[in-house]
Write a protein that binds this ligand. Structure first.
Ligand code: HEC
Length: 739
């Protein structure tokens, strides 16, 4: 007997019941004469489990009592890293459909793998041998009888690939792909619109958000639907409204011509019965200064509900007005049903970087718990008008720390403490929503605080929602941009930056700050080491640093890496120069000459600069990362525990907790699984108590949400794991119980 469970969107509930019936029948049949190799599937057919983004699986073969025995079942290595690449990581949450696993690698190539053995079935290279790369959190699946398609984005294109053999679908767009730069505001040849999270399938549509620049004159983050058969663009929702559209009045009259962002980069959720799609958006641009976008700026930082068939506006809820902090809503809302005041209510629960959880009625967008608009600090930057109030939900309590006092500052040694305190005192800080300033503002929980793209997992059987939090204070310091003038060495600098991002970033870090594993900071090289010695170090290596002689073969390559490593002589730092160059590129995409050219512009030159001590240790006391279980019926916490550990900085028995972006998976087996911390561990917790029941050290950085599924008698948990020396492209690792 073959018992197939297919989960077309819209039939999910029925499919889950069917699956249960199938299990039952399969059970009965196996008592009689069923063949032992009967394939039986439980799928993970959508990013984050289902169209409601539940990250929940009703699978209990792995449970509280046996999870301690969980072991590696198979490992799939794409081994597709470009030559001499350093360890990379993939954020992909794999799909598993009828025994086949679909995923993208760190380089953004697409793979189909046998889900019970990890054997490669086929692969597809959207870059046709090109370098590839970019963040990809997963793919989408659509099927109609034998026509089965994987829909996924790579670079600025949407692809449709035959799920059976990995061949592009010839009559989808142009030979299987559609340019996402078409139909935006700017010139398609001058812009690059690159989604990071997968789209969601509704009937014959794939609905997609996007990632755009965060600077002045960025593209607006329109949400769009494409026909899965033809690739035709069916509807567009303008997240920066055009004249006449809802929300247009929350901007200056011409802002729709030049303001951008307000993009959905974290993915979408769907209510097939209501034919409504729900998505959340990031901040409008420029992230940290809004003199050219006075107003509330809808639909920035909003949960938005639109008609899935037409893209027509239904409702919105804005979580931050006129954002000046990069407080994007980072993940799709969870579609949940809760009992509130004795009534069963369909709702959406939205996680945030601020640390608030917003629980909104699914039909109206109204909050189930009271929300107060409270006065917040005024901006002192010329031209800026911070919005006077911001919404504060009264329940649930925030899941990240939102306030910092001097007594919260970390103590590693007297010297380190003194330096942190003196930095803290030098900054502007008046609590949550203190605007950025020229003096420097402390931002907490920080744009990497609260929770990130991993989002939350929801267990409908208990009403508990599981979310990871980060407490990561940052410093924002604005600098006024000088009027347009000589921008030196742009291209040389850019080349150096790209070399650095390829060969050096994995050890020396995104901001050249080094890391806690002995890779030194390269900030302030000038005066410490001569350019000649730097070149020698790169060519020859030394200590734990490998040599990169093949990277430095021409004089120009040497100049480029030096330009990037050393601060420029003039008043403008390399970072500033790079930002200005990006602004120019954005401007060129807009055909009109813009009024805003006459307004002052500021740049946040410390964007994403952590509040850390001189040795790079977190500036506040632990815990730095927690996992929470929140009861959505009552808004109360069931439990909170630290996730991740830094043994070097640990002072007591408690784990320190670690920051991390990835999110949890919850199962009917009573378990919550989560990875994503820099200690490279994967863990399982008891979903009722938060007790840690299992953990495993992995060979690389597991910066992804896990998936689970069943093939035959086995339940598997799978996770994308970052690369190591042997396999820089990383792997997909599957875990199961021993036979
Ligand atoms: C595998 C990790 C790794 C990679 C990749 C790596 N480095 Fe290093 N780097 C190190 C370590 C470890 C040291 C300290 C070595 C020592 O103790 O001699 C170092 C030292 C340096 C130094 C000397 C710093 C000082 O203050 O003395 C420079 C400059 C440097 N690296 C530049 C680079 C550049 C440029 C790249 C990319 C082309 C790169 N590194 C790639 C690990 C790495």
């Amino acid at each position: 007997m073959i018992c197939l469970t297919v989960y077309p969107t819209g039939l999910l509930r029925t499919a889950k019941i069917l699956a249960a019936v199938c299990t039952f029948i399969a059970g009965i049949l196996s008592i009689f004469s069923c063949h032992p190799t009967t394939p039986y599937y439980e799928n993970w057919p959508v990013y984050k489990a289902d169209v409601w983004s539940s990250s929940y699986a009703s699978l209990d073969l792995i449970h509280r009592e046996n999870v301690a025995k969980l072991e590696t079942a198979w490992i799939f290595y794409p081994d597709d890293a470009p030559e001499s690449a350093r360890p990379m990581n993939s954020e992909s949450n794999p799909l598993i459909i009828d025994g086949i696993l679909y995923t993208t690698s760190a380089r953004s190539l697409l793979y189909a793998v046998d889900a019970s053995t990890g054997t490669l079935l086929w692969s597809f290279d959207p870059f046709e041998g090109g370098r590839g790369g970019g963040i990809k959190r997963g793919v989408a699946y659509w099927a109609n009888d034998d026509d089965k398609r994987i829909l996924f984005t790579a670079g600025d294109h949407l692809f449709a690939v035959n799920a059976t053999n990995g061949q592009p679908i010839p009559n989808f767009g142009a030979d299987g792909k559609v340019s996402l730069n078409e139909g935006m505001r700017g010139d398609p040849d001058k812009i690059s619109v690159i989604p990071t999270s997968p789209g969601i399938v509704f009937e014959d549509l794939i609905i997609l958000g996007t990632e755009v620049s965060e600077l002045y004159d960025a593209e607006p983050g329109y949400v769009r639907a494409y026909h899965v058969l033809t690739g035709e663009r069916v509807w567009t929702f303008h997240t920066v409204p055009l004249p006449g559209e809802t929300g247009y009045e929350t901007w200056p009259a011409d802002a729709w011509k030049y303001s951008g962002g307000a993009n959905n980069w974290g993915g979408l959720s769907l209510d097939p019965e209501r034919s409504m799609v729900f998505f959340s958006t990031g901040s409008p641009t420029y992230d940290y200064y809004g003199a050219d976008r006075k107003g509330m700026n809808l639909f920035g930082n909003s949960v938005v509900a639109v008609d899935a068939r037409t893209g027509a506006y239904r409702w919105h809820f804005q979580t931050v007005h006129h954002d000046l902090w990069d407080y994007d809503l980072p993940a799709p809302p969870n579609l949940v049903t809760v009992v509130h005041d004795g009534k069963k209510i369909d709702a959406v629960a939205q996680t945030s970087k601020v640390g608030f959880l917003y629980i909104l009625d699914r039909d109206t967008g109204e909050s189930l718990f009271p929300i107060e608009e409270r006065p917040v600090p005024v901006s002192d930057v010329p031209g800026e008008e911070a919005w006077p109030t911001q919404p504060f939900p009264l329940k649930p309590a925030p899941y990240a720390r939102q306030h910092l006092e001097e007594s919260d500052i970390a103590f590693y040694s007297q010297g380190s403490h003194d330096s942190l305190v003196s930095v803290f005192r030098s900054l502007r800080y008046e609590g949550l929503f203190t605007p950025p300033s020229v003096q420097g503002t402390l931002q907490f929980p920080g744009s990497r605080g609260g929770s990130s793209w991993g989002g939350a997992a929801f267990d409908a059987s208990t009403g508990l929602l599981y979310v990871k939090s980060n407490d990561s204070p940052e410093i924002m310091r604005l600098k006024k941009m000088e009027p347009e003038s000589n921008i030196r060495n742009l291209s040389v600098y850019r080349q150096g930056e790209s070399m650095y991002q390829t060969y050096c970033v994995s050890c020396h870090g995104k901001d050249k700050n080094g890391d806690e594993f002995g890779n030194p900071s390269l900030v302030g090289l000038k005066g410490r080491i001569s350019p000649e010695d730097v070149l020698k170090k790169i060519k020859v290596g030394g200590g734990k640093m490998p040599g990169f002689s093949s990277v430095l073969q021409t004089k120009q390559q040497e100049e480029a890496i030096l330009a990037y490593l050393f601060e420029t002589e003039g008043s403008r730092s390399n970072r500033e120069t790079a930002l200005i160059e990006e602004i120019h590129i954005n401007q060129q995409a807009n055909k009109e000459v813009l009024l805003t050219d006459t307004l002052p512009k500021y740049l946040n030159l410390t964007a994403y600069g952590h509040f850390r001590d001189p040795k790079g240790r977190p500036g506040i006391k632990p815990p730095w990362g927690m996992l929470h279980a929140i009861n959505l019926h009552t808004g109360d916490y069931a439990w909170s525990v630290p996730v991740g550990n830094n043994p070097e900085l640990q002072t007591g028995p408690e784990d320190t907790g670690e920051a991390g972006s990835a999110g949890p998976l919850v199962t009917s087996g009573g378990l919550v699984f989560i990875a994503g911390t820099r200690d490279n561990h994967f863990r399982a917790f008891d979903k009722s108590t938060g007790e840690k029941l299992w953990e495993i050290a992995l060979p690389g950085f597991p910066n992804a949400n896990p998936s689970t599924y069943r093939v035959g008698k086995k339940q598997f948990i799978v996770l994308s794991v970052g690369g190591d020396e042997m396999h820089p492209a990383g792997s997909v690792m599957a875990f199961s119980l021993p036979d």
